[in-house]
Design a protein around this ligand. Structure first.
Ligand code: TYD
Length: 373
């Protein structure tokens, strides 16, 4: 069979598709990845075949100069509009690929809408990979609004629904809207960073990994040098080693970092988190699930969109603590990390969520589900 995978040009959206696409390929099926031009180099590094879906502006450029949203919900709709603009930009390219490459199934990450539209127009089966805990219906509202205004963008039927939705979150953390989702075991693809020697050697003191993911360090406040000052100055109160997982160019911009920071740069979290005791993260889908799968407790500092509910679900499971920016006065982060290190209940809850993740159906089952569509 031929399976076309589509994604917007964001690592956090694209990475979860990679192990699934590789599974389909190793089962002997033809796979093609369609992403915007400027993201092709990232996609090619996965070793999968990649085609361009068109020249689409970057998410960060589409956000530039915008006033902050009036509310959390407005922010979600605005991001949906951005994804609608991206879909409009890749619609012609994806339509051409669907017409000429003739996939049997199109699999899209949840914020990529050109693939589902092009597939529906030709009666091709559609599957969605749902990253993140919440339903994010506001994305569809915003995207539909933009696509309806595009000539040839959206017919009266509106945005098509997928035939199948994959969900890698452990069932005990999922929300009600996910009742019909097909569970799939989380397998991390973390990009092309190398595993450092210290991650496969015994550690001498507790190690805390700090990350803001791939997008936040390119946006607003979090992009500036000093973005980690609050976190790092608090961690000085603890006898811990700190490693910072961030793109190498951002790490260079954030220098100098305190001596306590043993490493700053792109780190493969799936291999690095088992060598850490606590993660301080932003609640991004891949980061959060990778820490849960490693059985590591986490302090979550979410900023927007799914990060907030992802963090909430982890806190509710007992595997972590969620703090909003206004709650992180001096000493609060150190106190939270101290609790995560010292109170075995956090680690115990993280271990039981890890066991639940490990018991989810393997990717090979998900590939069979795709082939059965
Ligand atoms: P995610 O956690 O969903 O967050 P965001 O979309 O905000 O970036 O995705 C980030 C992915 O990148 C996740 O798979 C973890 C990976 N990553 C690393 O493995 N190491 C790193 O140093 C960074 C910055 C990211």
């Amino acid at each position: 069979m031929r399976i076309l995978f589509t994604s917007v040009a964001l690592p956090g959206h694209f990475f979860p598709l990679v192990p699934l696409a590789w599974t389909c390929r190793t089962l002997g099926h033809e796979v093609l990845i369609a992403v915007p031009d400027h993201f092709a180099a990232t996609a090619v590094r996965t070793g999968l075949p990649v085609a361009s879906s068109g020249a689409v502006p970057d998410f960060v450029d589409l956000q530039a100069g915008k006033a902050p949203p009036r509310s959390f919900e407005d922010g979600l709709v605005e991001h949906g509009e951005v994804f609608g603009r991206m879909a409009a930009g890749q619609l012609a390219g994806v339509r051409t690929l669907v017409a000429s490459w003739r996939p049997d199934v199109v699999v899209s990450e949840r914020a990529e809408f050109a693939g589902p539209l092009a597939a529906a127009e030709r009666g091709v089966a559609r599957a969605e990979f749902q990253w993140g805990i919440p339903s994010l219906d506001e994305y569809r509202t915003g995207a539909a609004r933009v696509l309806a205004a595009e000539p040839g963008g959206l017919g009266a039927a509106g945005l098509p629904q997928p035939h199948l939705v994959f969900n890698a979150w452990p069932p005990s953390l999922r929300l009600a809207h996910a009742a019909g989702h097909r569970g799939v075991r989380h397998v991390a693809y973390n990009g092309d960073a190398r595993v450092p020697g210290w991650a496969v050697a015994p550690r001498r003191r507790p190690r805390v990994c700090v990350t803001l993911g791939t997008l936040l360090p390119r946006l607003g406040d979090a992009a500036r040098p000093g973005a980690l000052d609050r976190v790092l100055s608090d961690l000085r109160r603890l006898d811990v080693e700190v490693v910072v997982a961030v793109a190498d160019d951002v790490a260079a911009r954030w220098q100098p970092l305190p001596e306590q920071v043993a490493h700053a740069g792109m780190l493969p979290l799936a291999q690095v988190l088992p060598a850490c005791d606590v993660l301080i993260g932003h609640g991004g889908h891949g980061t959060t699930l990778t820490a849960l799968a490693a059985g590591r407790p986490q302090l979550l500092l979410p900023r927007f969109d799914d990060q907030v509910d992802n963090a909430g679900a982890v806190a509710k499971s007992g595997a972590g603590i969620r703090l909003y920016p206004e709650e992180t006065g001096p000493g609060v982060i150190a106190e939270a990390v101290g609790a995560l290190l010292d109170d075995p209940r956090f680690g115990g809850a993280a271990e039981s969520v890890a066991a639940e993740i490990a018991a989810q159906p393997p990717l090979a089952d998900a590939a069979q589900d795709i082939l059965a569509l």
